[in-house]
Each structure stands twice: as C-alpha cells, then as structure tokens.
Design a protein around this ligand. Structure first.
Ligand code: UD1
Ligand code: CA
Length: 457
C-alpha cells in the first residue's frame, strides 16, 4: 500500500501575530511542520506532499532538507480547495492521509489506528470528544444506528448540533479514487464560503461508503496551534512526555517539570541524575552514574561514565571523559575534548583543546587551541593567548607541567614535560622540560618611600 500524506500548511496563522509563517514556529526547537513531517516519515511506503501558501518560500528554504513534494495553494479557499491542489499527484490506488502542519503532537500510533480503518469500503476519520467543542466541526451521527452521517462546521451548525461534543480533528484517511471524485464535487455554499474538505464525509455516506472513526490516546495529540498560548501549552505537553520517557529509561529527574529536551539521545546510561532547569539540546550521549547539576545546558555532547557536572555549566559540542568533574560555572565550547578524570572548575572556558588524563584547570582560565598533556596543573587565571587578531596558534603543554597562576602563554608555544612556570609569567618562547621558567621582574622594596599626603587647598 502506498500512502500519500498531504500536509495542509497554507493557512496564515494571523493569531500568532508574527512575521514568521505559523508552521515555522517551534516546539522543542523543532518547527511545527518538521514535527508533522518527522512523524509521517515513520510510515512505510509513504510519499509526502506539503500544501503551502502563506510565507511559502521561507518555509521551503527553512525546511530544505525535507523529502516532500511542495504544492502551492495561492489563495486559501478552504481545506477542500487545499487538497484539490494536489489532485494531479493522487493515483487511484493510493491511500491518502490528510494531516495538518500546525498539529505537531499527533502520534504514529494514532496514524496507524486511522490507516487500519481505511479501505475501498470505508473512510477513516480521527475524532475526539471535547468538553468545550466550540470552533470545531461536529460529528453528526444517526440517532439510532450511531453511524457518522456528516461533519457540520461550527458556523453552519444548528443549536442542537452545537451541543455535540464529538469533533473532527481534521485528520482522515481515504482511498485516492474516492477522494479524487469527491474533491471535484465540493462547493462553497456555506457560512464561510470555503471549500470544506469535511463535506466529503457526507458524500461518502451518500455513495454507500462507511465512516470508521478512531480516537487518539491523548487529546493534546490533535490540538492545533493558532496562538502563542496554545504553542506554549504544546511545548509543556511535549516536555512532560519527554520527561516521562527519560524516567522510564531510568533517569532520575529531581523535578520532571523543570527539565527540557530539545533534541535526542544516542545513549543514556544507568543511574543518571538530573537536577532542575537542565536543558538538553541537539544529540547527546550520556554514560552511567552521571550527575548533572542545576541550570546546565548540554548541547551535542558526549559525557562518559561517572562524570559529575556541577551547577551552571554550558557544555556545547564537547566530549567529557569518564570520572571527570566539571563546574560549577564552566563552559566547554566546540571541540573541547577531555580525557578521563579531568577537573574543570569555575569560570574556566575550554575551546578546541584536548586535555589528557588527570589534568586540572580549576579556576578562572581560558584554554583555547591547545593540547594539554596528562597530570598537568593549570593555575588560576591562566590564559592561552591563541589569537594575534588575524590568525590562531596552538599552545602545547606537555605531561606533568605545572603552570603558575596568572600566566599568559603566547601561542605558538610549548611548555615542556614536567616544566614549572612561575606565577605571573608571560611565556613567549617554548620552555624546557623539568625546569622552572618565569618572566617576573625581581621584587624590590623602596626604603625611604612615603605615602603621598593630601595637599592643603
Ligand atoms: C478544520 C475543519 C474542522 C475541524 C478543525 C480541526 C474544515 C472545513 N474544517 O477547521 O472540521 O474541527 O479543522 O482543527 O476542514 N489550510 C490550508 N488551506 C486553506 C485552509 C486551511 O492549507 O485554504 C490548512 C491550515 O493551514 C491548517 C488546516 O488546513 O493547517 C486547518 O485549517 P483551519 O483554518 O485551521 O481549519 P478550521 O476552520 O479550524
Ligand atoms: Ca484550526
């Protein structure tokens, strides 16, 4: 069975009050349309067609990686008119699945349930019962047989129909041959003068085709985004689902309401503990027995076993070796690669640098474009001066070196094995192994010096 998924994404989204097309707004740092696309991508033998309109060029540019056919709906004359734009792409034997680009949380299970109900004898419709159905199309059923007869839009509904709590989610599946027939018969003689896709339901019934309904597991799955309040609601729903998944996988969250996952994990070890306000972005891999302190952001990084990340760290595209301790207030930038048992302390920034086993950079340092050996001790306030304003140069610090506090290493420069650099030095030339090197001037005391006294006015 070839499924063709038509994602309707031409609507304006006026209520977002945004320069950005609605479907480009994000839940968990992924656009609404990307969510719908990613979910429909999980269906086998699926071809995706996106109906775009408002801000379409920007949508296409932003989502250029998407493998779909883009069909323009120049004027938004209704959901039926939107589907009609894809007419030439629909084959009789196809199964058509209609999704909305602004309904990001629909699950694969709900789609599977829907697709199980579609055949040449039946149209599949996803419905939901709402306490407050205002604004939605109502599912009108036969009083005695309970069969679906039609969908009536809010603005066309009688008082009695407005009392129906079962509503149309807009999501449906239908065979190509039938859909092609019906969408050509749609008219716009209704309260909104739009071509309603929902009118195909009554046409199906009149043609002797059954309407089979199914319901999603959660109502939030079928909620659309029309304004920023709904967007933030779906963000929280999504995050709460992510938190549940993490806990199911054995991660301890000190407060599941205060952790955000805006990406995925390639690996998650056992007994990871996550304090409050931690944000996971991109793709992270985390080993066993890792502790992550409060207010930390982890982006596209690899954290090995037994690592402790203290509060307020930013770890971005970095690798942290087993048994290392990071923070509080540390920043690991792209290509920071730490081996095992490395200590990175407060107000330390590491960029494009490898640090070998057991080295310590505990306070107030900048280490960039550097190769640091094992068992190196870098004193407080050490800076690798890697940049002359035009070019970048590397600093190499060999195994066992000791760098005194407040040292500047003017790259390119190498500090030899087991060398010691005296505090307050400005190192411009490579230093020998095992020796003490320092650049301080001698300390002197002025014997007859007196403090200045305030002059009389
Ligand atoms: C539609 C349904 C309604 C259902 C509700 C669920 C119709 C006639 N009504 O109503 O029964 O309860 O969704 O949310 O279908 N779109 C286009 N082109 C258009 C019009 C809409 O691409 O010309 C897209 C929108 O971008 C959106 C989706 O279709 O993703 C639904 O459009 P919207 O205007 O929100 O439909 P509703 O009036 O809410
Ligand atoms: Ca809507």
């Amino acid at each position: 069975m070839t499924v063709k998924t038509i994602i309707l994404a031409a609507g304006q989204g006026t209520r977002m009050r945004s320069a950005l097309p609605k479907v480009l707004h994000k839940v968990a740092n992924r656009s609404l349309l990307q969510h719908v696309y990613d979910t429909s991508k999980q269906i086998d033998n699926n071809e995706i067609i996106i109906i775009y309109g408002h801000g379409g060029e920007l949508v296409k540019q932003t989502l250029s990686e998407i493998d779909a056919q883009w069909v323009e709906q120049q004027e938004q004359l209704g959901t039926g008119h939107a589907v009609l734009q894809a007419d030439s792409l629909i084959e009789n034997e196809d199964t058509l699945l209609i999704l909305y680009g602004d309904v990001p949380l629909l699950s694969k299970q709900s789609i599977d349930g829907l697709l199980a109900n579609v055949s040449t004898q039946s149209v599949a419709l996803l419905t939901v019962n709402l306490e407050n159905p205002t604004g939605y199309g109502r599912i009108v059923r036969d009083d005695t047989t309970d069969r679906v007869l039609k969908i009536v839009e809010q603005k066309d509904a009688t008082k009695k129909q407005q009392g129906i709590n079962e509503v149309n989610t807009g999501i449906l599946a239908v065979k190509g041959e039938q859909l092609k027939l019906w969408i050509h018969r749609l008219d716009n003689s209704n309260a909104q003068q739009e071509f309603y896709l929902t009118d195909v339901i009554e046409m199906a019934v009149n043609d002797g085709i059954a309407i089979k309904t199914s319901q999603p597991e959660f109502i939030d799955e079928v909620l659309g985004v029309n304004d920023r309040k709904q967007l933030s609601h779906l963000e929280r729903v999504y995050q709460s689902l992510q938190a549940d998944k993490l806990m199911e996988l054995g991660v301890s969250l000190l407060d599941p309401a205060r952790v955000d996952c805006r990406g995925s994990f390639t690996a998650l070890g056992q007994d990871i503990s996550v304090d409050i306000n931690v944000i996971f972005e991109g793709n992270n891999s985390i080993g066993n027995n890792v502790k992550i302190g409060a207010n930390t952001i982890l982006n596209n990084s690899v954290i090995a076993d037994n690592v402790e990340i203290l509060a307020n760290c930013i770890i971005d595209n970095a690798i942290v070796g087993a048994g290392s301790r990071i923070g509080p207030f540390a920043r690991l930038r792209p290509q920071a690669e730490l081996a095992e048992q490395v200590h990175i302390g407060n107000f330390v920034e590491v960029k494009k640098a490898t640090v070998a086993k057991g080295s310590k950079i505990n306070h107030l340092s900048y280490i960039g474009d550097a190769t640091i050996g094992s068992k190196v001790n870098i004193g407080a306030g050490t800076i690798t001066c890697n940049y002359d304003g035009v070019n970048k140069f590397r600093t190499v610090i060999e195994d066992g070196a000791f760098i005194g506090s407040d040292t500047q290493l003017i790259a390119p420069v190498t500090v030899g094995k087991n060398a010691t650099i005296g505090a307050g030095s400005t190192i411009t030339k490579s230093t020998p192994d095992e020796k003490l090197t320092l650049t301080r001037s001698k300390q002197i005391t002025i014997q007859n010096w007196q403090r200045p006294v305030k002059k009389e006015q």
